[in-house]
Design a protein around this ligand. Structure first.
Ligand code: UDP
Ligand code: MG
Length: 335
């Protein structure tokens, strides 16, 4: 890999040994084409803070040489640390691994594909320094994403806001800053099914929302297909709301009530007017309708039971394979 030029930067030595001001967590899966540029842009943004920071890369099971590239990355003043998971555990697990390992006084979650521009980091940090414990980055524009993806994402956020007991800010993804207090609360949450957008919103604390335009991917393709997105949506709904169970109960109650009224009507018609019982098609329709509702309700119940089963196994969220750390180069020469 060619050497990455850094901007001229003057750093008082004493700051380096202190706790990093910020930890930027960057989970990635097969992003070899973007990581060098990502590193440079993140370093440039951190340099403008004039304090010692940490960059934490999490390799979520890449097999395209991303790890080899990332584990060589260095910076003269900032600490670069790379964690490697033993396989692909998913972005949510990778972010959790990052938050456990982060040493900074605040943490920023950032995608490696540069859809979340690192140039916003100084503004996020100054908002945090002004007192906000969580700085959420709300997408104004979403460049490079299809109409279908934007619409389904919008509908999903709307739906989640409606059913969740803890409001999730619309159009805010994982790109955000959190104070270390907030991070330690999230780290203490024991659940294995980790719908991050919900978990990150759960602790509360003082929040500030900043707007930004989401760029298109620098290179490569999105790692999310519609199957994975549906899985994520189900995960979000079942881990943050029990309303679907309530809806199943309500559907059961409503159909029972309708059946009861129909029984009275049919009974009365037969007794008073002597109408013969007719209506094979309506009988079949009702049986199918009830069958559908029953299967749907069992399915909803199954989703929750399945997640209970996964939780009960208490398996670790991720397995670490390697942990590589490059200290700031001038610290090496110093010590
Ligand atoms: N990612 C990951 N593990 C996965 C899938 C994605 O670490 O299983 C990383 C990916 O490399 C990128 C970030 O998560 O840095 C966002 O992924 P992507 O760009 O594919 O998602 P999108 O922006 O399309 O929602
Ligand atoms: Mg992306």
């Amino acid at each position: 890999m060619s050497a990455i030029p850094y901007r001229q930067y003057v750093q008082p030595k004493i700051e380096v040994k202190a706790q990093p001001l910020v930890t930027v967590i960057i989970p990635f899966l097969n992003e070899v084409d973007v990581l060098a540029v990502c590193h440079q842009r993140v370093c440039d943004a951190l340099n403008s803070l004039h304090q010692h920071c940490e960059i934490l890369y999490i390799d979520d099971g890449s097999h395209d040489g991303s790890w080899e590239l990332v584990s060589q990355l260095k910076h003269p003043f900032h600490q670069v640390r790379c964690l490697r998971l033993s396989r692909n555990f998913g972005k949510e697990a990778a972010m959790s691994a990052g938050m456990k390992a982060a040493a900074g006084r605040c943490v920023i979650l950032l995608d490696a594909d540069l859809q979340d521009p690192p140039e916003y980091i100084p503004e996020m940090v100054s908002t945090w320094q002004d007192g906000a414990q969580v700085v959420e980055m709300q997408r104004r524009e979403r460049h490079g994403e299809s109409w279908l993806k934007r619409t389904t994402a919008h509908c999903f956020y709307r739906f989640m806001t409606h059913i969740s007991d803890h409001p999730i800010t619309e159009n805010v993804g994982d790109f955000r800053l959190m104070d270390q207090k907030v991070v330690s609360v999230i780290n203490s949450l024991p659940e294995r099914t980790r719908f991050m957008k919900g978990l990150l919103a759960w602790p509360g604390f003082s929040r500030k929302v900043l707007s930004f335009d989401r760029d298109a991917r620098l290179a490569g393709n999105t790692k999310w297909n519609y199957g994975k997105l549906i899985h994520l949506a189900l995960e979000g709904i079942t881990s943050f709301s029990t309303k679907p169970l309530r809806w199943a109960t309500m559907a059961g109650l409503t159909t029972s009530l309708i059946a009861f009224i129909m029984a009275i009507v049919i009974f009365t018609k037969t007794l008073v007017w002597g109408d013969p019982v007719v209506g094979y098609p309506s009988t079949v329709l009702i049986v199918l309708f009830l069958g559908g509702i029953q299967l749907l309700s069992i399915g909803v119940l199954g989703e929750y039971v399945g997640r209970l089963f996964i939780e009960s196994k208490q398996r670790p969220l991720y397995v670490l394979m390697e942990d590589a750390m490059t200290k700031p180069t001038y610290l090496h020469s110093d010590s």
